[in-house]
Design a protein. Structure first.
Length: 405
């Protein structure tokens, strides 16, 4: 785009997502549905495209078919204008092996960098729920002259040990990058807060290429961006932190400003959905000034018949609630809830059927799950654990196509 630096986006979308099983039993983690209409990858792609970055490579590996199909059908940009979002599977360009880490994934795909020849490379993860304008982070990166800029979100120090943590001086230069430290370093202006790494990076291209080459020859490396490459660049004095609190997204409200969720566990995934359904949601899907983009299936509007109702809920297109009650829940498209059924505090993905008189409470039902007439899910913890997956927080999860007992 005229007047902008030449930026290539690389989205790391190859993770297995083991902690989200069974939602990842048949799909890559970034392809997991979220929020009624979307898939997790739609959030990072929306942020990049909204910022004007329209040359994006999505590096995939595990169970990537549904992810590849979603990208190629939902994210079609103008080839006439040189725009593209393309999934790139592991190609074994350097020998008969798959990616051994996120840094190795980029190293094995450096042909993409050579072909595009960008000045800067934005490397973002594919499985977080948030809004961000990456161009502001790129602007800071260029202004500071750093080799790499790492996005950091402020979290209380007592909670920061669950993340990779960033220690920085008052100038923003990163002095240490620690993986899940027992004593996280405080921020320069507030010792009670810590910078947690968001897994989002901006690199000057030349430095990234040289760092990846050095990492590839290090036999002691796990070839991970956050675990190996960033600490190496911190030691070289090349790393700077970008404070996510400084990011200004058009249309953001005081309530959802700075929202970011790592939905890497079933409980985190469930909690992020519950953030959507309050009267004044913690994360606002209705901000059209910075839209979360996706492709919508050709479904009719949602319908409520015979006294069917939904309160504090999201109900997708094509869904029918018939003489049933839904509350504090997210229903994707093409969901049917039949007479006398109750759905409370739950996440229902496309194609779910809830039979007459059934009860579903604090549950996640993957695509095409069937709850028979009179069945109960989320009512008997012991029975649920015998039959289904139950998270540490007590959320009952039924995998794709399951038929409840």
């Amino acid at each position: 785009m005229k007047g902008q630096p030449h930026v290539l986006g690389i989205v790391l979308a190859g993770g297995e997502g083991k902690r989200l099983w069974p939602l990842t039993a048949d799909r890559a983690k970034p392809a997991v549905p979220f929020g009624g209409n979307y898939r997790l990858i739609d959030f990072v792609l929306s942020n990049l495209v909204n910022a004007g970055y329209i040359r994006i490579c999505v590096l995939t590996q595990y169970k990537s078919h549904s992810l590849d199909r979603h990208i190629t059908t939902a994210w079609r940009l103008s080839s006439m204008l040189g725009q593209y979002i393309t999934p790139v599977p592991a190609q074994q360009r350097l020998g008969p092996r798959w990616y051994t880490g996120s840094a190795d994934a980029i190293f094995q795909s450096l042909n993409l960098v050579y072909d595009e020849a960008p000045e800067y490379i934005v490397v973002f993860g594919a499985d977080h729920v948030y809004r961000m304008d990456p161009s502001q982070m790129v602007e800071q990166h260029i202004a500071t002259g750093a080799g790499v800029t790492v996005a950091g979100i402020r979290v209380p120090r007592e909670q920061a040990s669950a993340f990779g943590c960033i220690g920085a001086d008052v100038s923003g230069r990163i002095t240490e990058f620690l993986e899940k430290p027992v004593r996280p370093p405080g921020t320069p202006d507030d010792p009670e807060m810590a910078f947690a790494s968001m897994g989002n990076y901006v690199f000057t291209t030349k430095l990234l290429v040289s760092a990846l080459r050095a990492d590839a020859t290090n036999q002691d490396s796990n070839h991970d961006m956050g675990g190996d490459v960033i600490p190496m660049l911190v030691d070289c004095g090349e790393a700077s932190v970008y404070d996510f609190a400084d990011n200004v997204v058009p249309g953001a409200t005081d309530r959802d400003c700075g929202y970011w969720r790592d939905v890497g566990t079933l409980d985190a995934y469930y909690d992020a959905h519950m953030d959507l359904v309050s009267v004044h949601p913690v994360f606002n899907l209705y901000n059209q000034a910075w839209a979360i983009r996706t492709a919508m299936p050709p479904l009719p509007p949602a319908k409520f018949v015979q006294g069917g109702s939904a309160q504090e809920s999201i109900v997708g297109a094509g869904s029918i609630v018939s003489a049933a009650h839904v509350s504090h829940s997210v229903l994707s498209g093409d969901v049917v809830v039949e007479a006398g059924a109750h759905v409370e505090g739950s996440v229902l993905m496309p194609g779910v059927r809830v039979g007459k008189g059934a009860i579903v409470r604090r549950a996640i039902l993957d695509k095409n799950v069937v709850i028979p007439d009179g069945a109960q899910v989320g009512m008997d913890a012991g029975l649920d654990r015998e039959r289904y997956t139950v998270s540490g927080g007590g959320v009952v999860v039924l995998g794709k196509g399951a038929h409840a007992e």
